[in-house]
Design a protein around this ligand. Sequence first.
Ligand code: PLP
Length: 237
Amino acid sequence: MMEKLSIDIFNDNYKEITQNIARAAEKSGRKYEDITLLAATKTVDVEVINHAIEAGVSFIGENRVQEFLSKYEQYNPVNMHFIGHLQTNKVKDIIDKVSLIHSVDSYRLAEEISRQAVKRNIIVNILLEINIGDEQSKSGFEYDEAVAAVEKIAKLGGIKIKGLMAIPPICATSDENRPYFAKMKKLFIDIGSKKIDNSSMDILSMGMSDDYQVAIEEGATMVRLGTALFGRRNYNI
Ligand SMILES: *Cc1c(COP(=O)(O)O)cnc(C)c1O
């Protein structure tokens, strides 16, 4: 019963979201295909996730290592990303199982990813998380140190920087976040134009359930949606 209900909720939401994405993409001179929809699947049952994958979702992101490890072998074929805060001692558990880590928020974490990647002779794709609202409660690189961070991390072995990720402050309306998204887009372009070796600004991961349309209008290439797709669930994450 529960799963049936969740699947119905997903089906309704998914259709509407794809239309919203297409509309927002158009406003920024792009097309639906230019935007990647990543389903944020924390607390969502594998059965529902697999239904989403069958329906067309081809990127999913988990944000807790333990939950990811308990679920990933049961997923239908899909691109698996890690999007949550990652402790250095957990890097080795996920590094060869995900195709992108969105949440590289410190040099120390980048170093550990590099160390583990070199050990396994693999290249790990990462995004640098920028603390765009300069919030004490959030991790990530400061806006002003982002260029230096990319330059420094790009020198590490076993790593390829593919872009930036941000979670703006919680705002009352999605329009209040517009300046943060615009600032991220500017940074993304600035860093891209520097053509720093071993880095490319391909992915700008920003926008969640409450603000993804604004994020796309301002230049996001990837949005991470949980609640908007799967309905409200119990969060204590
Ligand atoms: C949960 C989560 C999301 C999705 O949040 P919603 O508001 O449910 O869309 C996106 N990004 C990260 C890092 C998350 O942890």
